[in-house]
Design a protein around this ligand. Structure first.
Ligand SMILES: Cc1cc2nc3c(=O)[nH]c(=O)nc-3n(C[C@H](O)[C@H](O)[C@H](O)COP(=O)(O)OP(=O)(O)OC[C@H]3O[C@@H](n4cnc5c(N)ncnc54)[C@H](O)[C@@H]3O)c2cc1C
Length: 413
């Protein structure tokens, strides 16, 4: 085949993992084909919280102004309420960013797709990839159906699966999974108007997790999570069970009673947790296709952005001739595993929705009167603080000791 007909990269999936990957490669002048069976703008089942580390990437990519202009307020503070007490704050800033955003996917994904095409990527939306083409064990391209029904074949130096949890690319190459854990929760969410909410709020109550955040167009998203085994029971009366869950937090229940739900409930029990091998001969995975975790700590969008940046850099280094592709892709896999594994463990721990152990309660209580360390704690989930540094025994002892001294003026004198 004529080399001109071979793309540098074909990316299957054009949302928060695929479009940034396409954009970053196209900005380096690679020839990129971006495919999605969806058309844009369109929504997808998802919460919206982007942590400061994700917002910092939007800023670096020159897209933060567009997100901020999408009629979505920044989230400057997060309230963390674990039952006996609560604290409000924000994590340390990353590249000058400490805000979160709760931008709806129909707006966010359109901004990302447009950024990819503006950078020069060729987008085919309404395009369903049906087959991953192989030459021996090497992936060489895709076959799929265009909007008009025509079936086409396209070839590339690398095919990237940004095609979500049920990735066709991952299934076709039989990407091995590891660190798997079953689905621990079920969840439902919807959108309310007349529900004033300036900060993001998170509540842990009686085996339930409740979160709210302001999103676009004056709406607030309310999200509840409950143990996986309750999903069938919950869905028998979604509205009744949702409101009953909100009653665990009287402030939210009161706000809800004066607010109007604007959209149907959306929910799932498919919150499985796993990693997949990130690369092989002629292929790589990015975003949910590569790594999936319970939505409780809202990592998916931020992680997709981070994956996109590291993967695009790895491909550029190899395609520029500095190192073999399998070496740079192995680096991508290693780096991303090391970066996300601590928060993956924390997410699975929290998603078990079990009563907080006494140590955790003691620690959270200690953070209530300690805005500096509370900020560090929030920074773990926001991506600015290393979990292992925060949980180091000497740091925990210091935090608990500070709390003890505050309670006992004689000791602190
Ligand atoms: C209930 C819920 C709440 C969540 N809340 C949050 C949150 O608050 N914050 C957060 O950061 N994350 C959240 N997440 C996770 C987040 O939604 C995902 O991590 C994120 O969508 C992953 O992006 P992605 O681009 O990898 O995949 P996706 O967004 O799933 O996109 C995959 C794309 O691939 C396309 N595709 C798939 N197969 C094919 C094919 N064969 N041919 C063509 N196109 C194909 C699909 O059409 C789709 O557009 C939540 C998830 C759920 C389920």
């Amino acid at each position: 085949m004529n080399q001109d007909n071979i793309y540098d990269a074909i990316i299957v999936g054009a949302r928060c993992a695929g479009s940034p990957t396409a954009m970053l490669l196209a900005r380096k002048a690679y020839r990129v084909l971006l495919l999605d069976r969806a058309t844009f703008p369109s929504d997808i089942m998802s919460g919206h919280l982007i942590h400061p580390s994700g917002v910092a990437l939007l800023k670096r990519w020159g897209l933060l102004d567009k997100v901020a202009a999408s009629n979505c307020p920044p989230i400057r503070q997060v309230k963390f309420d674990f039952g006996p007490a609560s604290f409000v704050g924000h994590g340390p800033s990353i590249d000058g960013v400490s805000d979160c955003y709760g931008v709806r996917r129909k707006y966010l994904d359109k901004i990302l797709v447009d950024a990819a095409t503006e950078a020069g990527a060729e987008l085919r939306d309404g395009f369903s990839v049906q087959e991953i083409l192989m030459d021996g064990d090497r992936v060489t391209g895709i076959r799929g159906r265009m909007k008009n029904g025509q079936v086409v074949t396209e070839k590339a130096r690398i095919v990237i699966g940004a095609d979500g949890i049920n990735s066709l690319v991952a299934r076709s190459v039989k990407a091995a999974t590891y660190n798997e854990r079953p689905s621990l929760t079920g969840c439902y969410y919807s959108y309310w108007s007349n529900f004033p909410m300036e900060c993001g709020e998170v509540y842990i109550r009686d085996g339930r997790f409740i979160s709210t955040e302001p999103t676009n167009d004056g709406l607030t998203q309310l999200f509840v999570q409950f143990p996986y085994h309750e999903f069938q029971e919950f869905r028998k009366d979604i509205e009744g069970n949702f409101l009953k869950t909100l009653e665990l937090t009287p402030d939210l229940a009161k706000l809800a009673s004066n607010a109007q739900r604007q959209e149907p409930f959306v929910g799932t029990s498919n919150n499985i947790n796993f990693f997949r091998k990130a690369f092989g001969n002629g292929w790589a995975l990015v975003g949910d296709a590569r790594y999936h975790r319970d939505p409780l700590t809202a990592q998916g969008i931020t992680n997709s952005f981070q994956d996109a940046q590291v993967l695009a850099d790895a491909i550029d280094t190899a395609f520029s001739g500095y190192q073999p592709l399998e070496v740079t892709l192995a680096g991508y896999e290693l780096q991303r595993d090391a970066e996300v594994m601590p928060i993956y463990d924390l997410t699975c721990q929290l998603a078990a929705l079990e009563p907080l152990p006494p140590f955790m309660l003691q620690l959270l209580n200690a953070l209530c009167n300690n805005p500096t360390d509370a900020s560090q704690f929030l920074g773990i989930i926001g991506g600015a603080v290393s979990a292992s540094a925060f949980y180091a025994p000497e740091n925990i002892q210091r935090i608990l000791g500070t709390a003890e001294n505050k309670r006992s003026p004689i000791l602190s004198a």
